[in-house]
Design a protein around this ligand. Structure first.
Ligand SMILES: [Zn+2]
Length: 278
C-alpha cells in the first residue's frame, strides 16, 4: 500500500507476514470466483492473509495500530495455518520507524495475531517492543480478555499492564487529533476500528471486522472466528453504510494488497473497489 494522506495525517501499512489457510475454512460458502476477482485467493482454494499493522502520523505523534502475530506462528500452526511471520521489525525499519519513537499502540482487538510484537524476548525477559508507548485498548475488550486465562494475553498484554503501560479507554477515544477509536463489536466483544479523518477525507482501519473485502459485498460471508456472529454481521453492515455515506477508504487487518479500497454502487449492488483501480 502506498502512503495514504489525509490533510497532514499519514497512514502506512506495515506487514508482519502472510498466513495461508483454506478459503472455505475461513469463509464457508465463499464463491472462489469472487476471490479471484478481488484478490487474496488466486487459485480459488487457498486464502492468503497478510498480517497487517498500520502506522499513523498525526501532529508529530506516531501511532501503531496492532502489533502483528509476532516472531512465531504460535497456536495458529496447530489450527492448520502456514506461512511466514515475524517481519514487523524489518518492516518498521524500512518505513523509517524507530520503535522507541512510537507514542501509542492502539489495538483493534486482542487476538493473538494482533498483539504478537507487544513484547520482545531479551535473553528470557519480556520487554515492551515499544518502550515509550502507551498501549491503548477499548475498555470492553480488556474487560473480556482480562477475565480469561489466555497464555497469549498473559505474555503480550498482562506483561505490559504490569509495567503500567496499558490504558483502557471508552468508545470514541482519540489517541491523536483526527484519529478516533469507534466501537465495532462482534468479532470480539470490544473490537474497535480506527477512524482517521482530516480536511473532509478519511479512512477506517477495520481490523478484523472484515477479514476480506468480499464480506462487505456479501453480508452472508462470515468467518468462524466471530464471537457474536449476529452482532458481527450488524457491525459489517453499519461500517459499509458509513463508508458509502461518508466516502471513506477502508483498510483491513488481513486485506490482500493493496490493502485499501472503498465501496461503490454498481447496478444497485454494493461493490468493493481497490484504491487505484479505475
Ligand atoms: Zn486477525
Amino acid at each position: 500500500m502506498q502512503r495514504l494522506t489525509f490533510g497532514s495525517i499519514t497512514v502506512d501499512a506495515v506487514s508482519d507476514g502472510v498466513l495461508s489457510c483454506a478459503l472455505t475454512g475461513m469463509l464457508p460458502g465463499a464463491d472462489p470466483a469472487d476471490f479471484r476477482r478481488l484478490g487474496g485467493c488466486d487459485d480459488g482454494e487457498t486464502l492468503l492473509l497478510p498480517m497487517l499493522t498500520f502506522v499513523i502520523g498525526s501532529v508529530g505523534k506516531t501511532i501503531l495500530v496492532d502489533t502483528g502475530i509476532g516472531p512465531t506462528i504460535g497456536s495458529l500452526g496447530r489450527a492448520g495455518y502456514g506461512g511466514t511471520v515475524g517481519l514487523l521489525p524489518q518492516g518498521l525499519a524500512r518505513t523509517g520507524i524507530d520503535p522507541a519513537t512510537v507514542d501509542a499502540v492502539v489495538f483493534t482487538h486482542l487476538h493473538a495475531d494482533h498483539i504478537g510484537w507487544n513484547v520482545t524476548d531479551r535473553n528470557g525477559e519480556l520487554v515492551p517492543t515499544f518502550p515509550n508507548a502507551e498501549y491503548i485498548v477499548s475498555k470492553s475488550e480488556w474487560a473480556f480478555w482480562s477475565a480469561t486465562q489466555s497464555r497469549d494475553i498473559a505474555r503480550c498484554v498482562r506483561s505490559i499492564e504490569e509495567r503500567g503501560q496499558l490504558r483502557s479507554v471508552e468508545d470514541g477515544f482519540e489517541p491523536a487529533p483526527g484519529v478516533q477509536m469507534i466501537a465495532t463489536p462482534g468479532h470480539t466483544p470490544g473490537h474497535a476500528s480506527i477512524l482517521v479523518t482530516a480536511d473532509g477525507s478519511g479512512c477506517v482501519i477495520v481490523g478484523d471486522a472484515a477479514h476480506h473485502p468480499a464480506e462487505f459485498e456479501d453480508p452472508t460471508l462470515q468467518p468462524p472466528y466471530d464471537s457474536d456472529p449476529a452482532m458481527a454481521r450488524e457491525t459489517r453492515l453499519g461500517l459499509a453504510e458509513r463508508v458509502e455515506a461518508e466516502g471513506l477508504l477502508v483498510a483491513g487487518g488481513h486485506f490482500p494488497a493493496p490493502h485499501v479500497g472503498t465501496l461503490v454502487r454498481v447496478e444497485g449492488k454494493r461493490r468493493w473497489r481497490w484504491l487505484g483501480a479505475g
